[in-house]
Design a protein around this ligand. Sequence first.
Ligand SMILES: *[C@@H]1O[C@H](CO)[C@@H](O)[C@H](O)[C@H]1NC(C)=O
Ligand SMILES: *[C@@H]1O[C@H](CO)[C@@H](O)[C@H](O)[C@H]1NC(C)=O
Ligand SMILES: *[C@@H]1O[C@H](CO)[C@@H](O)[C@H](O)[C@H]1NC(C)=O
Ligand SMILES: *[C@@H]1O[C@H](CO)[C@@H](O)[C@H](O)[C@H]1NC(C)=O
Ligand SMILES: *[C@@H]1O[C@H](CO)[C@@H](O)[C@H](O)[C@H]1NC(C)=O
Ligand SMILES: *[C@@H]1O[C@H](CO)[C@@H](O)[C@H](O)[C@H]1NC(C)=O
Ligand SMILES: *[C@@H]1O[C@H](CO)[C@@H](O)[C@H](O)[C@H]1NC(C)=O
Ligand SMILES: *[C@@H]1O[C@H](CO)[C@@H](O)[C@H](O)[C@H]1NC(C)=O
Ligand SMILES: *[C@@H]1O[C@H](CO)[C@@H](O)[C@H](O)[C@H]1NC(C)=O
Ligand SMILES: *[C@@H]1O[C@H](CO)[C@@H](O)[C@H](O)[C@H]1NC(C)=O
Ligand SMILES: *[C@@H]1O[C@H](CO)[C@@H](O)[C@H](O)[C@H]1NC(C)=O
Ligand SMILES: *[C@@H]1O[C@H](CO)[C@@H](O)[C@H](O)[C@H]1NC(C)=O
Length: 434
Amino acid sequence: MAKCLTLLLYIALVWCCFNNTPAYCLANETDRLALISFKGSIDQDSFGALNSWNDSLHYCDWEGIACSRRHRDRVTKLNLRSQGLVGSLSPHIGNLSFLRIIVLQNNSFHGPVPQEIGRLFHLQTLELRNNSFGCQIPKNLSSCSNLKILNLIDNNLTGNIPGELGSLAKLEALGLSKNNLSGTIPFSLTNLSSLSVVSLGECNLQGEIPEEINRLQALRLVYLFGNNLSGKIPSGLFNISTISYLDVGSNKLHGSISFDTGSSTFDLTNLQRIYLYHNQFTGMIPTSLSNATGLEGIDLSENSFTGPMPKDLGKISCLQYIVVGLNRLQDDFSFISSLTNCTSLKWIVVDGNLLGGSLPDSIANLSLDMSYLTLSDNQVQGSIPSGIGNLVNLTYLDMSSNQLSGPIPETIGKLHKWQGLYLGGNSLTAIFTW
Ligand SMILES: *[C@@H]1O[C@H](CO)[C@@H](O)[C@H](O)[C@H]1NC(C)=O
Ligand SMILES: *[C@@H]1O[C@H](CO)[C@@H](O)[C@H](O)[C@H]1NC(C)=O
Ligand SMILES: *[C@@H]1O[C@H](CO)[C@@H](O)[C@H](O)[C@H]1NC(C)=O
Ligand SMILES: *[C@@H]1O[C@H](CO)[C@@H](O)[C@H](O)[C@H]1NC(C)=O
Ligand SMILES: *[C@@H]1O[C@H](CO)[C@@H](O)[C@H](O)[C@H]1NC(C)=O
Ligand SMILES: *[C@@H]1O[C@H](CO)[C@@H](O)[C@H](O)[C@H]1NC(C)=O
Ligand SMILES: *[C@@H]1O[C@H](CO)[C@@H](O)[C@H](O)[C@H]1NC(C)=O
Ligand SMILES: *[C@@H]1O[C@H](CO)[C@@H](O)[C@H](O)[C@H]1NC(C)=O
Ligand SMILES: *[C@@H]1O[C@H](CO)[C@@H](O)[C@H](O)[C@H]1NC(C)=O
Ligand SMILES: *[C@@H]1O[C@H](CO)[C@@H](O)[C@H](O)[C@H]1NC(C)=O
Ligand SMILES: *[C@@H]1O[C@H](CO)[C@@H](O)[C@H](O)[C@H]1NC(C)=O
Ligand SMILES: *[C@@H]1O[C@H](CO)[C@@H](O)[C@H](O)[C@H]1NC(C)=O
């Protein structure tokens, strides 16, 4: 009987809500007013995303809004991704105290990220990527103690990264790339033990990568490219076995790279991309790089690496890109023979080094996916193996400025996908018609 009554009451309630009688529906006036204020700060809504935000619908049914099941009229989610919205973000958003998810990615919001967001203690996701938010990153975000995802990538934010963010103990992803920031990577971020993604590329940061970064034992993706970071790569960074993408390209980092402690080698089996390009690294490319058997891409170009190519890169069967151009590598081309094991290989870029000797015939056995082969500005001798014509998908071949001699193999003429073929600056003789 009691159950029946409850059910009847519930049906009555739902009926009321459909007929939008706020008094019976216990609608929270605070949430409604906050949303109206949100809409009021939008200057342009070209796609009509907010057309449904009108009085004839309960605000829980407005486009992009989801409400709690338990607290039926409390807004938990605001998702207006890619809606072409132009305007500022109303500080009243801080009144939606049950909000867990804010997604305003890929719009044109400008002005500050309101510090009132710091009042949203249930907030787990703040996704504001690709807008024009300006001013500083509000320190108050550090009060959102349940925050897991903070994505402010590709905005117009200025100032330092607030050290206070280091208190977001549950943070799993921190995205600040492509902003006009300044200062250093705060030491406090090494406290974020759940952090798995850190994206601080093109942020105008300087200083060193904190040595204690090895405390972040859940790191998977690390993007620090395009800053002015200096110093060495902390020795413990490669000891984080979870890392799969590491991009520290285009900084001012120096020193040598090491994948061991002297007594033991690091576990590199999760590493998929290692991008160290355009820095001032020296020393040899560690032979233990070939322990990273899951590697897909290596870009060590534009540094001062010396010595030979690692010999057994062929152990890495899924390798697709090897880019080590513009270094001081000194070797012959026997490493090519090992690479025939890499059946997905697409790019080999070794231009501008001190590589000599002749090209092995095994070049014909490289992956059929090979599309880009550049070994210009080295000291390659001998003739071009005619088997190169096997690489039917080659679109770009640059062997210019070496000491190659003999005939240009006619097989090269059978390759039909050319976008670039450069053989000048050699002593190649035969001319033929294609
Ligand atoms: C609406 O939310 C505010 C802030 O959370 C709260 O103080 C108020 O009691 C709520 N009103 C109702 C009717 O639930
Ligand atoms: C309110 O929104 C609903 C749903 O989009 C729409 O059908 C209705 O025409 C709107 N009412 C007004 C007055 O704009
Ligand atoms: C971004 O939003 C625009 C509409 O303003 C849309 O055309 C585009 O596909 C969106 N891009 C992404 C990456 O979502
Ligand atoms: C909502 O937020 C604004 C700005 O933070 C504040 O001034 C106002 O008092 C709040 N309104 C309610 C009903 O809580
Ligand atoms: C960023 O958003 C604009 C629309 O505001 C869109 O045109 C552009 O494609 C987006 N860029 C990316 C990388 O998503
Ligand atoms: C921001 O945080 C400071 C310090 O915790 C606090 O005094 C201030 O009221 C907060 N601002 C808002 C808008 O909540
Ligand atoms: C970014 O901020 C600068 C001033 O700091 C301003 O001149 C520029 O227009 C802003 N860009 C965007 C896309 O809002
Ligand atoms: C970056 O910020 C500085 C001030 O911090 C400003 O002078 C400069 O114009 C900004 N650059 C861009 C591209 O917004
Ligand atoms: C890191 O966290 C510990 C406690 O977990 C705290 O005592 C310490 O002050 C924090 N360090 C920084 C730099 O935030
Ligand atoms: C890693 O590579 C080094 C040098 O190539 C080798 O001695 C070592 O056994 C390898 N370790 C593992 C775990 O494969
Ligand atoms: C190539 O693969 C074969 C079979 O998996 C293996 O025996 C050989 O050692 C590999 N060669 C190199 C250079 O890694
Ligand atoms: C050449 O490349 C295309 C895609 O770019 C691929 O579908 C095809 O399998 C490749 N050819 C060979 C022989 O691998």
